[in-house]
Design a protein around this ligand. Structure first.
Ligand SMILES: [Zn+2]
Length: 437
């Protein structure tokens, strides 16, 4: 588990790559106001089932675009990261049935112990667990999609009372009222659902929220319907989160209007990046589905400005996903990495500027890389057989479209290599030139 402290909008996360066949531990983000002490925390969890993207897309937006200025919100966006990458409910079985008894041999045993510790943390007083459920819950049978056995669009408690008469029920009822004041369609109307777990619901007894409940934590689940498109599921989860924060007097701000159009932009955000080994920054918006000959080493680390971006090895290739959604596939060119190059002076549109290695730079018309002690390879430059592409004014139409990293032919890689006698060149970093504007 990696604990990430985030103040204001500063996000910097370091993940490490994992062995492909093992469960992956989750991340915990603490979205705190400056006054973080003596304020009870709301814990929000998503991604326990890998094929329920409404939840983890909502928490990713929460982490990136909300500011908490009074109170504590802790977020685990990716409880079941390995299943999220596989877009599978649970590749080691249903994780939400592992909170009562669990064998130490279970591959997810450690993850369960880690999340239990966070649930039981003395600062955590309320827990909101996000799911995407089928159909629409109704108290009585209306049709196949609307009935008592469906889970979509309801908010769930295991019992009505924990400390004081009806306290769980009152809390969740306020959240449901808040959601229902903002419905997109009457069909979506939320209900409170009490599973009465202690009255013999053997399945619910094994769930995360029931584990919390019997340990005297106020726990709730929110379900958005799988019948709804992703943007609407995210909308309802964000409403549930906001309703819960309002309940707890947690003061927050978001930097967007809560509507479907804005959510669409946030799910596929223009600034989404991934930084690999600190010397490559890839812009992920509109990236090609596959990139050839991509420099990579044996052990890699990465971070992103978007919590649910993940890099992992899959067979011969490396893949990047946004939650359970494919972003791109990197065909690896294995090389040793060299970290000696920090900045490069580049003449961009006739102005010389110092550009840090591992960044993206906007170019209007042309750029020139003055000679330096590293070999320079501008991927896609039409003139071949040049050892190092320095001291050449390179214009966009001299770059071959099919080598761009984006689908529109606007973003190109400049790669730097350290040369040493009698040795193979080492990769020393990348700068992306972006002709979008
Ligand atoms: Zn679920």
């Amino acid at each position: 588990m990696v604990i990430i402290l985030r103040f204001l909008f500063f996000i910097f996360i370091l993940f490490s790559l994992f062995a492909n066949t093992k469960p992956i531990n989750f991340n915990l983000y603490k979205l705190n106001s400056n006054d973080i002490y003596n304020k009870p925390a709301l814990l929000i969890i998503s991604g326990i089932q890998g094929d329920e993207p409404g939840g983890f897309n909502a928490t990713s937006i929460l982490i990136k675009h909300y500011k908490i200025y009074d109170g504590n919100v802790w977020v685990v966006p990716n409880l079941n990261q390995h299943s999220i990458l596989k877009n599978n409910r649970g590749i080691y079985g249903d994780m939400n049935r592992k909170f009562a008894e669990l064998s130490e041999d279970d591959p997810e045993y450690e993850i369960i112990q880690n999340i239990k510790k966070i649930i039981l943390d003395e600062n955590v007083i309320k827990i909101l667990h996000l799911h995407d459920g089928s159909g629409f819950y109704r108290e009585t049978y209306i049709n196949n999609l609307l009935n008592q056995n469906r889970w979509g669009n309801c908010s769930i408690i295991d019992q009505k009372t924990l400390f004081e008469q009806n306290d769980l029920n009152n809390s969740i009822s306020k959240v449901v009222e808040y959601i229902n004041r903002n419905l997109l369609d009457e069909l979506h109307r939320y209900r409170v659902r009490d599973t009465n777990t202690a009255q013999g619901d053997k399945e619910q007894e094994k769930s995360l929220t029931y584990f919390a409940t019997i340990n005297k934590k106020m726990a709730f689940a929110n379900e958005a319907s799988k019948s709804l498109p992703l943007n609407q599921r995210v909308y309802y989860h964000l409403l549930a989160i906001e309703g819960m924060m309002k309940n707890m007097n947690i003061k927050f701000e978001r930097n967007f209007n809560l509507d479907i159009k804005s959510i669409d932009k946030l799910i596929d955000e223009k600034d989404t990046n991934i930084v690999i080994n600190d010397i490559i920054e890839l812009p992920l918006h509109n990236i090609r589905p596959s990139i050839n000959y991509f420099p990579i080493q044996k052990d890699n680390n990465f971070h992103s400005n978007t919590p649910i971006i993940w890099l992992f090895k899959d067979g011969e290739d490396y893949r990047i996903k946004h939650g359970n959604k494919n972003i791109t596939r990197l065909k690896p060119f294995y090389t040793e990495f060299d970290y000696s190059l920090k900045n490069v002076n580049i003449i961009i549109d006739d102005n010389e500027v110092e550009i840090p290695i591992g960044t993206i730079v906007s170019v209007r018309n042309n750029f020139i890389i003055p000679s330096l002690n590293y070999r320079v390879n501008v991927i896609g430059y039409y003139k071949k057989n040049i050892d190092s592409e320095v001291n050449i004014k390179i214009k966009k139409d001299e770059l071959m479209n099919k080598f761009s990293i984006d689908k529109d032919g606007k973003k190109y890689r400049i790669e730097f290599y350290k040369q040493e006698e009698e040795k193979e060149d080492k990769f020393a970093g990348m700068i992306i030139v972006d002709f979008t504007n």
